[in-house]
Design a protein around this ligand. Structure first.
Ligand code: FAD
Ligand code: FES
Length: 268
């Protein structure tokens, strides 16, 4: 875990409520894994006091030199509003990489493996990094992106650029499947080939993750979920992000034991 002053290389508004920020942070970029997150100090002073957690959305750079991390964020409150006004060239305080990320399938050689990535809203953020990593391992992936309307669909092009097949669900039916992304997952599972061992990777609002976990349990599919619990410290010191689990431990910490968990482990 490193606490760095990272220079903002881009802070781009990508649609009404969403921004993408690129940070020059070679140390973080070299050590980050998909599903990990960073804690960002949004203000210059003590307000807001707490850092805000954001998934590492992508690692980028020029040529072989991966020196930047990208975050994709939604404007929801004070911290993200301050972040959206940050100018290119200024520096912000970033702590990371934090938490345990997604567990990738081990090998594509012995048995065909494939991955289904299920995103709800800005939950798409860590799944783009995961898709890039899966592509590097030559593991076939499908991405299901859920959004409220066609205007809030995020990252479809990013997934396609990594060779991932993309399906879209919108609550109002303005693009793709009409309904929740969990319904789209059920539809895709009905038509998908059963030759490969599949893992479902999901990130989004808690009710969506609970539904995805239920579908995977019924279909006996391995499912990993990235939880977006509210957090304070981000590294296991404050106990502010407890998640109820089924085993005797009773609770685990989203920031330190997660944010990615095996869905079967959570007491939904
Ligand atoms: C591990 C992790 C990864 C995350 N990754 C991303 C990401 O990649 N992109 C992104 O946009 N957001 C992400 N979030 C959520 C993000 O941290 C919050 O949206 C952010 O902290 C809000 O800060 P704010 O000051 O703008 O809003 P606040 O003023 O703090 O809150 C505004 C509203 O958002 C709600 N809220 C605050 N934190 C969360 C949360 N963690 N989950 C759900 N609702 C929340 C509050 O209850 C309140 O209603 C992540 C959260 C976690 C724990
Ligand atoms: S946020 Fe402090 S222990 Fe998890």
């Amino acid at each position: 875990m490193k606490d760095v002053k990272a220079k903002i290389l881009e802070n781009e508004k990508i649609s009404a409520d969403y921004y993408k920020m690129t940070l020059d942070a070679p140390g973080l970029a070299r050590s980050a894994a998909p599903g990990q997150f960073v804690q960002v100090r949004c203000g210059d002073g003590l307000d807001p006091l707490l850092r805000r957690p954001f998934s590492i959305h992508r690692i980028s750079g020029t040529g072989d030199r991966l020196s930047c991390i990208e975050i994709l964020y939604e404007l929801v409150g004070k911290g993200t509003e301050i972040l959206s006004r940050k100018q290119k060239g200024t520096c912000i305080d970033v702590l990371g990489p934090l938490g345990n990320g997604f567990i990738l399938p081990l090998s594509a050689k012995r048995y065909p493996l494939s991955a289904i990535l299920v995103a709800g809203g800005v939950g798409v953020a860590p799944l783009v990094f995961l898709a890039e990593e899966l592509a590097r391992k030559k593991i076939k992936a499908v991405a299901l992106i859920g959004a409220r309307t066609k205007k809030s669909v995020l990252c479809d092009k990013d997934f396609k650029d990594t060779g991932v097949e993309v399906h879209i669900a919108t609550d109002d039916g303005s693009r793709g499947y009409k309904g929740f992304v969990s319904g789209l997952l059920q539809k895709v599972l009905r038509t998908t080939n059963h030759e490969s061992r599949k893992t479902v990777y999901a990130c989004g609002p808690q009710p969506m993750l609970k539904r995805i976990a239920g579908i995977c349990r019924e279909k006996r599919l391995e499912c990993q979920v990235s939880l977006e619990e509210e957090m304070a410290c981000g590294f296991g010191a404050c106990m502010g992000c407890a998640v109820k689990v089924k085993d005797q431990a009773g609770y685990k910490l989203a920031c330190k034991d997660g944010p990615v968990f095996n869905a079967a482990e959570i007491a939904w």
